[in-house]
Design a protein around this ligand. Structure first.
Ligand code: NAD
Length: 266
């Protein structure tokens, strides 16, 4: 039987791609499409919004007809609001929204006591493999290799650095026993900003319609090793979100990430 899917942020860049791909996938049936109350798409038929013809499913500001799973790509504030509703009604939730504060992340973790929650800054297989690789490379190369992370995204992206860039740094810190909170240098500007040994440089570029690019560079005197991931379209994240949604409906309460779905957990 098809999984009843609710999409929060359904008129957004990611929401539209998730809805379009879910509509083409017989494993899913979209039963609610949610948008913020003042969005111009309120009341519009989801199929018509997507150019797929009428689906008899109006976009609304609340989810109804209890879905089997929710996918959320919105804003941190909206995510936390909808997570509270999902927790109350025992609906598993896949969270793709980035830029959550430490307090909001703690709320997400706490919800895992009651419902299955999957939160991932990046839903692509390639990036999740990269999460594993950067830790291994950093540990193998050691402290004489300077690490700089550069990410590039489209001009509309709100948060910086990207959730993916922060997760890359977290993975490196975990593998090399660095303290994440004290070892990140965000950009450099000023007269006395020479590189501190062991620090991880973090740089965010915002330009045009770039979907998402991340490079982790390891340099010493004499050589540089770069690991780069480029997303060609949002569909890689949308497909990942749907894979995660299909996976999470069979899981017990807990906090999960894409490494669990992809079987890449250590
Ligand atoms: P977007 O601005 O195009 O879409 C967000 C949508 O959420 C908008 O349509 C907005 O109206 C809606 N929204 C805001 N508040 C709402 C509310 N209270 N109720 C319902 N809907 C609400 O942004 P986007 O490019 O689709 O990205 C959304 C989020 O997903 C960002 O945080 C982005 O960084 C993240 N993202 C994550 C991944 C991943 O793989 N995890 C990939 C791409 C983007």
């Amino acid at each position: 039987m098809a999984i009843k899917l609710g999409i929060i942020g359904s008129a957004g860049r990611m929401g539209r791609r998730i809805a379009t791909l879910a509509q083409q996938d017989e494993n899913f049936r979209i039963t609610c499409a949610v948008e913020r109350a003042d969005h111009p798409a309120q009341g519009v038929d989801l199929g018509e919004l997507l150019g797929l013809g009428k689906l008899d499913l109006a976009i609304s500001s609340k989810w109804s007809a209890k879905p089997d799973v929710l996918i959320d790509f919105t804003t941190p504030q909206a995510t936390i609001e909808f997570l509270a509703a999902a927790r109350k009604d025992a609906v598993p939730m896949v969270i793709g929204t980035t830029g959550l504060s430490p307090e909001q992340l703690a709320t997400v973790k706490d919800a895992g006591k009651d419902i299955a929650v999957l939160q991932a800054a990046n839903m692509s297989l390639g990036v999740n493999l990269l999460f594993r690789l950067v830790g291994q490379v950093a540990a193998a190369l050691g402290d004489d290799y300077d690490i700089e992370i550069t990410e590039t995204h489209h001009r509309f992206k709100k948060d910086a650095p990207s959730g993916t860039a922060l997760e890359l740094a977290r993975q490196i810190c975990a593998a090399t026993k660095k303290d994440f909170d004290s070892c990140i240098t965000h950009g450099r500007s000023g007269a006395e900003v020479s590189r501190q040994p062991g620090n991880i440089g973090m740089h965010a570029r915002r330009q045009g319609d770039v979907v998402g690019e991340h490079t982790v560079a390891f340099s010493t005197l004499g050589e540089t090793l770069e690991l780069t991931h480029k997303a060609h379209s949002r569909d890689i994240f949308a497909r990942g979100a749907l894979t995660a949604a299909a996976w999470i409906v069979t899981q017990p309460p807990g906090l999960y990430d894409m490494l669990d779905v992809l079987g890449l957990k250590k």
